[in-house]
Write a protein that binds this ligand. Structure first.
Ligand SMILES: C[S@@+](CC[C@H](N)C(=O)[O-])C[C@H]1O[C@@H](n2cnc3c(N)ncnc32)[C@H](O)[C@@H]1O
Length: 368
């Protein structure tokens, strides 16, 4: 991949290395981190090395000559921003729309670019977009009118204007995402400003891997940090009799419920609650959980991994599928989870080519 911003943009830090070398180095780093737990050989999943991100967040950089550029965090100093002409890791829909938006900002009504601080993009597999314009000013009717005109001009693009505490939507803040897993299509609601897996191609492989490792398991599934039902819906449809899944973000849970409806999946219950509250329900033998035979748990926590109480809770299950976006917290959590279990499957998903980030999956089973 070639990019003029290599070396100054803080995002793609591995720009000097050919892509296969990056994969090899990240694989080895992950293997070394988890070596103490004696895992099986790592399964490696890669996808396209450029135009892979279905999400992008950019600061706005105004030049003295009136040009508007996008800004990224500066390499080596994340508090500073550097201007970039274009970004080659966002997907084609975002990549193609970025210069069009720039031109609108440069040549359109100046109210559009005045005090515009950040622009976020979210895309789906059909090339539709949500563009969020984040301002440091009051959202006045004149600005709203200009954004309404943009919405009319670009039929595949929906807009959201944000200012601290206020949001105006033109005319929806969500899209339908289509993913194919095991030859079957699944439809998801993805919502602006809520978590979605950034790399569509790798995400399909991660879901496929989760389906693969759970083949032949009996009982029901509990899932923590389920987001919009990314793993939940295929696992409910193809592997488990019943699934109960929790997530703290209400918009994601609404999306998950919508997704279940879209895919005609009826054997899943989504709960809008934090993991601590769910663990409490389990502890108290809540009637809500009475009809489940919960032997398997899937967790996909944020970078911080599992807090000590959640780790205790997860440690009660025979089978654990752990998807991690931070191998060091994964390693910390495995110290406890491998005391009575073996890692039986181990995967590296290269979700973030050209960046140092590593996504991993481990499947643990109670040792006999
Ligand atoms: C890495 S994302 C995974 C989401 C989902 N599994 C997916 O594949 O899209 C982590 C999710 O955990 C949620 N989350 C963060 N803290 C939480 C908590 N204490 N309890 C429940 N969910 C939480 C976030 O809102 C986010 O959706």
């Amino acid at each position: 991949m070639k990019c003029d911003a290599f070396g100054k943009c803080g995002s793609c830090q591995l720009y000097q290395l050919p892509y296969p070398t990056q994969v090899q180095l990240k694989k080895e780093e992950l293997e070394n981190l988890l070596k103490p737990f004696n895992p099986p050989p790592v399964e490696v999943f890669t996808g396209p090395e450029s135009y892979y991100r279905g999400r992008g967040e950019f600061r706005i950089w105004r030049m003295e000559d009136g040009r508007v550029l996008y800004g990224m965090r500066k390499r080596g100093d994340g508090r500073k921003v550097v201007p970039i002409e274009e970004c080659h890791i966002v997907d084609r829909a975002i990549f193609d729309f970025m210069p069009l938006l720039r031109r609108e900002l440069e040549e359109g009504n100046p109210i559009l670019k005045e005090k515009l601080y950040e622009v976020d993009f979210l895309s789906n597999s059909r090339g539709e977009l949500i563009v969020t314009l984040i301002y440091h000013k009051k959202i006045e009717e004149e600005l709203a009118e200009e954004v309404r005109k943009l919405r009319q001009k670009y039929p595949k693009v929906h807009f959201v204007i944000r200012k601290k505490g206020r949001k105006v939507v033109f005319d929806q803040n969500w899209l339908i995402e289509e993913l194919e897993v095991e030859g079957e299509k699944f439809y998801y609601k993805i919502v602006e400003n809520s978590f979605t897996q950034p790399n569509r191609s790798i995400n399909q492989k991660m879901i496929g891997w989760a389906l693969d490792v759970t083949q032949g398991l009996s009982g029901d599934l509990v899932e923590l940090y389920c987001g919009n039902g990314n793993f939940t819906l295929p696992l409910a449809k193809k592997r488990f009799q019943k699934v109960i899944a929790t997530e703290i973000n209400k918009e994601s849970i609404e999306g998950a419920l919508y997704g279940a409806e879209l895919n005609g999946i009826k054997n899943v219950t989504f709960l809008a609650m934090g993991v601590a509250q769910f663990a409490q329900l389990y502890q108290e033998k809540s009637p809500l959980l009475q009809n489940y035979r919960l032997e398997t748990i899937l967790v996909d926590p944020p970078r911080a991994g599992l807090d000590p109480k959640t780790r205790e809770f997860v440690d009660k299950f025979d089978n654990i599928i752990y998807i991690s976006c931070n191998p060091s917290t994964l390693r910390r959590d495995l110290e406890q989870l491998t005391r009575t279990r073996k890692i039986v499957r181990f995967a590296f998903f290269d979700q973030f080519p050209y960046t140092p980030h590593i996504e991993a999956g481990v499947f643990l089973q109670r040792s006999q």
